[in-house]
Design a protein around this ligand. Sequence first.
Ligand code: AHR
Length: 494
Amino acid sequence: MILDKNLIIANVDKRMFGSFIEHLGRAIYGGIYEPGHPSADEMGFRQDVIHLVKHLQVPIVRYPGGNFVSGYNWEDGIGPRESRPRRLDLAWRTVEPNEIGTNEFAEWAKRVNAEVYMAINLGTRGIDAARNLVEYCNHPSGSYWSDLRISHGYQKPHNIKTWCLGNEMDGPWQIGAKTAYEYGRLATEAAKVMKWVDPEIELVACGSSNSSMPTFGQWEATVLDLAYDHVDYLSLHSYYGNPENDFSNYLAKSLDMDSFIKTVASICDYIKGKKHGKKTIHLAFDEWNVWYHSREQDKKIKPWSIAPPLLQDVYNFEDALLVGCLLITLLKHSDRVKIACLAQLVNVIAPIMTSDRGTAWAQTIFYPFAHVSHYGRGAALHAVISSPVYDSKDFTDVPYLESIAVYNEGNEELTIFAVNRNPAEPLLFECDIRSFTDYRIIQHLVLEHEDIKAVNTAIFPNRVVPHNGGNAQVQDEEVTALLSKRSWNVIRLK
Ligand code: AHR
């Protein structure tokens, strides 16, 4: 690998390290909020969860959905709790008690030092509900909705900057799903009035739910053709899994994310060209993660309860390796991907798990995310990489080495993130850091485990944790390290 501090892909937007909390399963109720829990604060927020979320340094959290938002009346979640309705949530077939709504979530976000990334309902609602919500959240005072917020005890506006225009509107499972034309028109009209209420906001239009959708490509082109002048970002969603239990193919799935991003960026540029547009549409990869472990067990959950244990994937060591590869892929595209949200944050396909009344702990995927969030801030560098490759069931020429480096000019730190995908052999890593003279290794973190299926649980929360004992060395501007078979590595230099 060759690195040069002048060869920069982009300064990584801090929103790259975002996450997502939906009114789904035990994300809110029993996750971030559990009045009566020994660690709950005066608003019922679990401090043990806050502590772990803060460790991840998540700067922005998407809310309140997800599929949930397409049937959500935001007005149900404001004002006195005793008069808030219980509603059927048709997206997840549960009952939503509305104990947590816009104001409480904004309060929680403050406690974890994050901004709210708000989604509006373009399934059952539309332009009017959208503009009212912007007014409720962002208008200082002197209008019906802003004064109502003040009467609810929130004198200062929440000033929510980033908004998404609905969720996965192309999916037949979505409440109020739409054709690309129907959605493009509605998103445009909602966007116009939302920006009239607050011209400072930025808007994300829905791309396809995933790249296998039959309308993928055409959806993006049609939506942007209609909404180009009114939106700033286009969304991408993707979840990966290893149901076939094929390690080598599974770890190659970040190549799919790579080509997904390239394709969507090309479509954005095609529409830009067609419109002789000046602005570039950036990408919001606002749902990404591993999701497959819980799919069978979820089919057995009875409908219409409050906060059932839905989507509770228990992540193993190989999942952490794939999450590492996905994070590296996102950084490689930091010139186009400005927002990314690990979906999700607590209990629901999440790095953080809780037991009722009990503890909160970090799943395996918590660690690569935390490392990249801590040390991946700065300028992502172009890396020239030459690696041995392999073929798997769905991919060819998969490099054993997946890697990127980020240079933080402020503290003069260079961090190399690297995955060795080889399941059986260590990999000799050699990196020419020619422009970083006199740099020394300050840490080489490694996440490795003999058992690729090892998991962290409430009883054994520390089975899969990183250690500090990597063997990276530097001499004459060349870093060398023997990367253990199937391992995640963070090599920090200064
Ligand atoms: O994150 C879980 C679900 O996945 C979201 O609600 C939806 O947007 C996606 O299909």
